[in-house]
Design a protein around this ligand. Structure first.
Ligand code: NAD
Length: 511
């Protein structure tokens, strides 16, 4: 693998992104380092300093000072700066996409797609910067005017997961910036290099526009650094993407100080395949949904719920589709499936396989680990399919690997009930050409998820539609529709331009 960005020989330090870096306050011998290994080939690709608590505090202080200036910059002007960032990401799309693919292990196409999402959210945010609309209301009192305004919140903490190492940051940061907030990003400890690359890519834009130091900040580390953000009353909003376990911990800490949180957590996504489905559409959608990013998307298809009359047909078609899958380096575009993120993920794949067998599950497509030439990292596994039952504890959990559960239904009500009968509520889909079935699935009596699709799969969301889910998925919405409101505070204003002081509700008060 050739170096795709000039890789530093010394461990890289996080901090703020316009040139000033915070150096650790501890003696360098005590400084913790994250070693980032590529799951593609097992190579060590970066050594990154972990932020100390002292680094963190200095970053927050700088961010707070920057907020005082940034909030005064007119929103369309902030949008113009985000537009320039979009141009930078267009310029470095191939380099950053390749780095995402190499550090995280998703296919090059998906790595490039992730950078395209950054570009798309930049474009979206530019338009949004001129549309931070408040309402005006008719007052019940004469010569009074009521309106609401949206003001920035302050410091926004962004905790992100390994599987979308850069896009999730941009969904939050680009919108937060046009809203007038400043951001502190705590990326996954499994993908620190892509985060540093993003800060470098926008650095010139920040410098060229004299953006104050501290508008875009980065702190590195694992759970500790995430907990600092969650507990810190100086951080107005914590937007956290990751497992439900992490989300519950963050929610508790942030609620304990009555702060705001925006949670994007695990999914357990199903596709219903009706007897009225076009299987030529359904099969590729299921396969991409189940094996794309090696089953490591929050929207990965984990369950398919098939009408009993076409069950065997669907099973056989899936078997032959899976037989065509080629597994190998994510950077080689002839392969469909890359590696899992690390050995811990491989372990969870193995544990789950055993539990499926113990529960009575039957593999339609057999699991397995790959070794030998090309698989030296030890992170490559075979995508598999198991016949299972929805209520089994193993099916109720999100296991972040390419295991697909095959379930059967008789009536549509039964299918929708199975689809909804899991703790998570992120993405869902139905394949049917029957209008009544499709509409019922989308109705109040249908899917209980944040995303419900017809004749497309569960993964592959677009910028523009609010993204997020219900129940243990956390309830947050990002990257479109009116999601910008989460990054602002609403202020209601009543203005009296008359010569009397009437009270609301007709209350009289005489002096
Ligand atoms: P993870 O929960 O292990 O880690 C996510 C982030 O949280 C990391 O930055 C980690 O350092 C931090 N963290 C961990 N524990 C913390 C704590 N107690 N307090 C504060 N921060 C903490 O998740 P992961 O393995 O990186 O990612 C996979 C998970 O993320 C899956 O469950 C997936 O469904 C979910 N995910 C959800 C979405 C979504 O939009 N709903 C998107 C991507 C990933």
């Amino acid at each position: 693998m050739q170096s795709i960005l000039p890789l530093p020989t010394q461990p890289v330090k996080p901090g703020t992104s316009t040139g000033q870096h915070f150096w650790p306050t501890e003696a360098s011998g005590n400084q913790k380092i994250i070693d980032s290994y590529s799951p593609a080939d097992g190579q060590l690709i970066a050594r990154v300093h972990v932020s100390t608590r002292a680094d963190y505090d200095r970053v927050v202080e700088t961010a707070q000072t920057a907020f005082g200036q940034w909030r005064l910059v007119p929103a369309p002007r902030r949008g113009e700066i985000v537009r320039q960032m979009g141009e930078q990401f267009r310029r470095y799309k191939r380099e950053l996409g390749t780095l995402v693919s190499y550090e995280m292990g998703k296919s090059l196409q998906e790595g490039l797609g992730e950078v395209q999402e950054i570009i798309d959210i930049c474009d979206f945010a530019v338009g949004q910067s001129r549309q931070l609309y408040g309402l005006s209301m008719h007052s019940e009192r004469p010569a009074h005017r009521m309106m609401e305004q949206w003001h920035p919140l302050g410091v926004v903490g962004i905790i992100s997961a390994f599987n979308f190492p850069v896009a999730v940051w941009s969904w939050n940061a680009m919108i937060a910036w046009v809203c007038g907030d400043v951001c502190i990003w705590k990326p996954s400890e499994k993908t620190p290099l892509t985060a540093l690359a993003c800060q470098q890519i926008i650095g010139d834009v920040l410098r060229n526009n004299d953006v104050p130091e501290g508008v875009s900040c980065l702190v590195t580390g694992g759970r500790d650094a995430g907990e600092w953000l969650a507990r810190d009353p100086r951080v107005a909003l914590v937007s956290a993407t990751g497992s439900t376990r992490m989300g519950k911990a963050v929610a508790e800490s942030v609620a304990g100080r009555l702060g705001k949180s925006l949670l994007e957590l695990g999914g357990n996504n199903a596709i219903i395949v009706s007897e009225h489905a076009d299987l030529d559409l359904a099969i590729p959608a299921i396969v991409f949904g189940a094996v794309g990013t090696a089953g490591q998307r929050c929207t990965t298809t984990r369950r398919i719920i098939v009408q009993e009359s076409i069950y065997d047909d669907v099973k056989n078609r899936l078997k032959s589709a899976y037989a065509q899958l080629r597994i190998g380096s994510p950077l080689d575009e002839s392969f469909h499936v890359g590696p899992l993120i690390d050995q811990a993920a491989v372990k969870s794949y193995q544990v789950t396989i055993n539990e499926i067998r113990e529960s009575g599950g039957r593999f339609v497509v057999e699991p397995g680990l790959l070794d030998g030439i090309g698989f030296e990292s030890g992170c490559y596994v075979k995508p598999c399919i198991a016949e299972a039952e929805n209520q089994w504890p193993i099916v109720q959990r999100e296991t972040f690997v390419p295991i697909l559960y095959l379930l059967k239904y008789s009536t549509l009500d039964d299918a929708i009930a199975q689809q909804n009968a899991v703790p998570q509520g992120l993405s869902s889909a139905i394949f049917t050409l029957n209008l009544r079935e499709a509409e019922r699935f989308l109705s109040t009596a249908g899917s209980d998820c944040g995303i419900a699709n017809v004749n497309i799969g569960t993964s592959g969301a677009e910028i523009g539609g609010a993204f997020g889910g219900e129940k243990e998925t956390g309830g947050g919405r990002e990257s479109g529709s009116d999601a910008w409101k989460a990054y602002m505070r609403r202020q209601t204003n009543t203005i009296n331009y008359g010569t009397t002081m009437p009270l609301a509700q007709g209350i009289t008060f005489e002096l």
